[in-house]
Design a binder for this molecule. Structure first.
Ligand code: PMP
Length: 452
């Protein structure tokens, strides 16, 4: 630490000394490879990132499925600046501010069914753990405290909290971290290359996989099960669109047994699939929706849970207690995050960005499918403004081909993509033009050939 202090004194802000590279342990990153060859970003505007030496990089991933309105939009920047100068922080424990109430109300108006109440936190992971805790507490206040079991899905991603990795089903995110939550079961994932390869939109095959929930109910009895949580479209596992009818069937089975259904919409929400929420696209009303990321276009950390009136009322009606739910975060409904979200929702509405995503969906899907037949391309999946390309693994190193594609796309072609395992995912800001879709797919084709 003393060495770092001396180095800090000696340099101006903006420089990155070799010592700094070791000081930051990057999340979900191959740190040693990164530090040999750092991929650095200095600024961003609209559809582009810019490197410190001024190179433009087309943002093919909206940051990290976050910046749906594009980068550094003037009205959002101005709202954050004005809020910082007006009310920098306000505790949400026993005190409120107008931004939190206005935002909750606007989100509730966008949500389907009776999801009329919002609980705020600061990330997708916190949103998931909040939703799971609300589900458990709900059954307690309802006098059915025996409903403690939680059900997730293989290959599901629900963030990195202990609740989230317990219901999550990505093995590498679970296996180093001890025993996790007890009483969790997993539905089967919904992907089959044999039955679904090169499908645009929802695959025809796979709705029956929801019936596995009946098996779990038979095994444990419905009276022990609190909630089921799924991503309407699984994202981080490599983009798995839901089979036609699958989510509707899950809802029916949950209803039959009184089990709560939670949609984790951390990446599906705010226009990614052409609607405010995926729940709307599928005509399914879950009991809770988790959101984060694009709620304020990724500008200030924020997450939250939209909660049905049935759940909210269970806490708010009946005998009054000192505190209804012993849960919350110092930064819940942070004024800057709320101001950013309100300005972002205005941009989404004024520019009809969800409608734009819907109109662009077939253009985007056709463009990506043109990569079929390139070397090593095993499958391409598309849904809304989301695309995924599975590459064949190199026999010597699993994941190495996609990693090289990501690195070369950034360093050589000026394109940011995301990888998970051997899957490339693209999820551009919703402001992308048809020309830019062409550019994105052209660069993807070039990089796929380059790593062949
Ligand atoms: N749930 C889903 C479906 C996600 O995709 C993510 C993040 N990619 C999370 C939860 C976790 O969000 P965060 O990284 O903000 O904690």
């Amino acid at each position: 630490a003393a060495g770092l202090r001396a180095a800090n004194d000696a340099r101006s802000q903006g420089d990155v000394a070799p010592n700094d590279l070791e000081a930051w342990w990057l999340p979900f990153t191959a740190n040693r490879a990164f530090k040999r060859n750092p991929r650095m970003i200095a600024r961003a505007k609209d559809m582009h990132y810019y490197t410190p030496d001024g190179r433009a990089v087309l943002d093919g991933v909206a940051g990290l499925w976050c910046c749906n309105a594009g980068h550094n939009r003037a009205s959002i920047v101005a709202a954050i600046q004005a809020q910082a100068a007006e009310l920098d922080f306000s505790p949400a424990f026993q005190f409120g501010h107008a931004g939190g109430f206005t935002l909750a109300s606007r989100l509730a108006a966008m949500a389907p069914g009776d999801l009329d109440h919002a609980f705020f936190c600061n990330s997708g992971s916190e949103a998931v753990d909040t939703a799971l805790k609300i589900a458990l507490a709900y059954w307690n206040v309802r006098g059915e405290g025996g409903r403690t079991r939680l059900i997730g899905r293989e290959r599901g991603y629900h963030g990195v909290g202990f609740g989230g990795i317990s219901v999550g089903g990505i093995v590498t995110n679970r296996k180093f971290f001890g025993t996790l939550l007890a009483g969790v079961d997993h539905l089967p994932h919904t992907y089959s290359r044999e039955h679904q390869a090169f499908t645009m939109g929802e695959p025809d095959w796979g709705a029956h996989l929801a019936d596995d929930l009946e098996r779990i109910v038979t095994l444990h009895d419905a009276s022990t099960i609190a909630a089921v949580i799924v991503e309407p479209m699984a994202g981080s596992t490599g983009v798995l669109p839901p089979p036609k009818g699958y989510l509707q069937r899950l809802r029916q089975i949950c209803d039959r047994h009184g089990i709560l259904l939670i949609f984790d919409e951390v990446i599906c929400g705010f226009g990614r699939l052409g609607h405010a929420f995926a729940a709307e696209r599928y005509g399914v009303v879950p009991d809770m929706i988790t959101f984060a990321k694009a709620v304020n276009s990724g500008t200030v950390p924020m997450g939250g849970v939209l909660v049905s009136s049935r759940i909210y009322d269970a806490f708010m009606k009946g005998p009054e207690r000192t505190i209804e739910l012993f849960h919350g975060y110092t930064y819940s409904a942070h004024p800057l995050a709320c101001a950013a979200a309100l300005a972002t929702l205005d941009v989404y509405r004024d520019e009809d960005l969800f409608g734009r995503a819907k109109r662009l969906e077939p253009v985007f899907a056709e463009a990506l499918m043109s990569l079929r037949g390139l070397p090593n391309v095993l499958d391409i999946r598309t849904l809304g403004l989301v695309g995924a390309i599975d590459l064949a693994s190199r026999p010597d190193a699993a994941g190495a081909r996609a990693f090289e594609a990501m690195d070369r796309a950034f360093q050589d072609l000026g394109l940011m993509i995301r990888i998970t395992g051997e899957t490339i995912a693209v999820t551009p800001p919703l402001i992308i033009s048809e020309d830019q879709i062409g550019e994105l797919v052209d660069k993807l084709g070039r990089v796929i050939r380059a790593v062949a």
